[in-house]
Design a protein around this ligand. Structure first.
Ligand SMILES: Cc1cc2nc3c(=O)[nH]c(=O)nc-3n(C[C@H](O)[C@H](O)[C@H](O)COP(=O)(O)OP(=O)(O)OC[C@H]3O[C@@H](n4cnc5c(N)ncnc54)[C@H](O)[C@@H]3O)c2cc1C
Length: 424
C-alpha cells in the first residue's frame, strides 16, 4: 500500500475541547495546522458523549470568572445565540453553562475553519515514530489508507495521551478498579419539568436507594442527576455508572458501551415508574460513545497534585486557572467532592503539559500530568479548552522563535496569553 506523505507546521491529534482550542490558537498565528479527529464531529466529551454543560468558567463559591480567551469567546457565541444559559451552583460544581450540543459542534467547526486550520474527520492517529527525543512523524489511518504526517510541533489532545504514550513518554494509569467510572449520557423528551423539579436531588437519590432495596431495579449509582436543556421538555441525565473499565483497552471499552446502554434502559424505566414528571418521558438519545473521565495521565515536567489543588497553589508558569472541585467518580454508589480552599482557584502549570523525554510534543486536556485526584478537578471542560489554547500558542511561539517548547521564555508565553484575554 502506498503511504501518502504530508507536511504541516502543527499537527493536533484529537478534536475535543482541548484540541479545538489548540488548533484555533495555532492557526490564528498564521501557521499551517492540521486537526485530526477520529469521529465525525468536534467536541469529544463535549458533544459526542452528550455532556452539555461547561463547568470551570466560574469558581463554585465566589462565582468569580477565571477563564477567558478562546473558551469564553466560544461560550459567548452560544449564549448570544440563545443556545445556552447559565445554571447557578448546580450539584456543587458551581455555575455551569448548559448549551445546545448540536450548535456547539457547528460553533467549534466554524471557529477552527475560520482560523484557517485544516480539519480531517474519520481519521485515527495510529503509529508514532520518534528519534532521539523528537517525534519524526505520525501515521494516520482512514478510508484512503495511511498518511504519514511530519510536523514541527505535535499536540496530543486525544484525551488518552495516545500520541505521547506511543512516542515512549512515561505516563501513569490507575488500575481499572481505581479509574474514574464511565457514563453513558441520555436525553429524555416529554418531561413535565415543573413537576419533576418538585423532587429535590436528595429526594431523587432516596428514591434510587429505595428502588434498589425493593429488588425491582438495579441502579449502580444512587446520586446521579438530571437537568433542563435549552429545549422545552427535554432533559439530560447523567446517572449511568460503569466501573472497573480501562478505556484504553478496546475490548473493555466495548463491554462498557453495552453495559452503559443497558443501564440507560434501567434508569429510564425507574424514572418513568417512580419519579413524578417523568411518566411520559421518551428516550431520544444516548452518547455516540460512552463518556470516559480518566485513562492515561502523562508524566510531565511537573505533576499537579491534590495538595496543589486544595491549597489553591499558584505557579510562575501558570497558564490556566482552575477552581473546579475534585469530583472523583470512583466505583461505588457515590462521588467524592473536595473543594479548593483560599480564594477558590489554583494554576495549571505549563510544565504539566510537557511530557518528559519528548521535545516537540505538548499535551493538553484530561491527559495532563496530574495525580488521579488532581486530574479529577483539572479535567473540567473550561480548563481543557484553556490548556488547549496555551498549547497551541506555545507551539506557535516555539516555531516563530526557533526555540524548543521547553526553552520558551515563560514571560513570552504568559504575555501572549494575556494579550489573548486569557485570565492568569
Ligand atoms: C460523563 C462525563 C461527564 C462530564 N461532565 C462534565 C460537565 O458537566 N462539565 C464539565 O466541564 N466537564 C465534564 N466532564 C469532563 C470534560 O467533559 C472532559 O474532561 C473534557 O471535555 C475532556 O476534553 P479533552 O479534549 O481533553 O478530551 P476528549 O473530550 O476525550 O477529546 C479527545 C478527542 O480526541 C479524539 N481521539 C482520541 N484518540 C484519537 C486518535 N488516536 N486519533 C484521532 N482522534 C482521537 C476523540 O474522538 C475525542 O474527540 C465530563 C466528562 C465525562 C466523561
Amino acid at each position: 500500500m502506498t503511504t501518502i506523505k504530508k507536511n504541516v507546521d502543527v499537527l493536533v491529534l484529537g478534536g475535543g475541547a482541548a484540541g479545538v482550542c489548540a488548533a484555533i490558537s495555532a492557526a490564528r498565528s498564521g501557521l499551517k495546522v492540521l486537526l485530526v479527529e477520529s469521529q465525525g464531529c468536534l467536541g469529544g466529551s463535549r458533544t459526542a458523549t452528550g455532556v452539555d454543560t461547561f463547568y470551570g468558567f466560574y469558581t463554585p463559591k465566589q462565582q468569580q470568572r477565571i477563564v477567558g480567551g478562546i473558551p469564553w469567546e466560544l461560550a459567548q457565541q452560544l449564549l448570544n445565540a440563545n443556545a445556552a444559559f447559565e445554571r447557578r451552583n448546580t450539584y456543587g460544581a458551581g455555575t455551569g453553562i448548559t448549551y445546545d450540543v448540536e450548535l456547539l459542534k457547528v460553533v467549534y467547526e466554524n471557529a477552527v475553519l475560520t482560523a484557517g486550520a485544516e480539519l480531517l474527520y474519520h481519521t485515527y492517529a495510529s503509529l508514532v515514530h520518534q528519534s532521539e527525543g523528537n517525534i519524526t512523524n505520525v501515521v494516520l489511518a482512514n478510508k484512503q489508507g495511511l498518511t504519514e504526517v511530519t510536523a514541527k510541533i505535535y499536540v496530543d489532545t486525544t484525551g488518552d495521551g495516545d500520541i505521547a504514550a506511543r512516542a515512549g513518554a512515561p505516563f501513569e494509569k490507575c488500575d481499572a478498579n481505581e479509574l474514574q467510572s464511565l457514563s453513558t449520557i441520555f436525553f429524555l423528551a416529554n418531561i413535565d419539568v415543573e413537576t419533576a423539579r418538585t423532587i429535590s436531588h436528595a429526594e431523587l437519590s432516596g428514591k434510587m436507594k429505595a428502588a434498589n432495596r425493593s429488588g425491582d431495579y438495579v441502579l449502580p449509582r444512587e446520586e446521579g442527576s438530571w437537568h433542563v436543556t435549552p429545549h422545552s421538555g427535554i432533559i439530560q441525565a447523567n446517572m449511568v455508572r460503569v466501573s472497573g473499565i480501562d478505556a484504553t483497552d478496546p475490548y473493555a471499552l466495548t463491554l462498557a458501551e453495552v453495559e452503559g446502554r443497558k443501564q440507560t434502559q434501567e434508569y429510564v424505566r425507574f424514572l418513568k415508574d417512580c419519579v413524578p414528571g417523568f411518566e411520559n418521558g421518551s428516550l431520544i438519545g444516548t452518547s455516540h460513545y460512552i463518556g470516559v473521565r480518566e485513562t492515561r495521565r502523562i508524566t510531565g515536567e511537573y505533576q499537579l497534585t491534590e495538595e496543589d489543588v486544595i491549597a489553591g497553589r499558584r505557579f510562575d508558569d501558570g497558564i490556566a486557572c482552575c477552581g473546579a472541585p475534585i469530583e472523583d467518580h470512583r466505583a461505588g454508589a457515590d462521588t467524592r467532592w473536595v473543594y479548593v480552599q483560599g480564594d477558590g482557584y489554583y494554576h495549571i502549570p505549563f510544565r504539566s503539559l510537557l511530557p518528559q523525554g519528548i521535545d516537540n510534543l505538548i499535551v493538553a486536556g484530561r491527559c495532563l500530568s496530574a495525580t488521579h485526584s488532581a486530574q479529577a478537578s483539572a479535567r473540567n471542560s473550561a480548563q481543557c479548552m484553556a490548556m488547549g489554547q496555551a498549547a497551541g500558542t506555545a507551539a506557535a511561539l516555539s516555531i516563530a522563535h526557533g526555540k524548543a517548547i521547553r526553552q520558551l521564555p515563560m514571560i513570552l508565553l504568559l504575555n501572549k496569553l494575556r494579550s489573548q484575554d486569557v485570565i492568569l
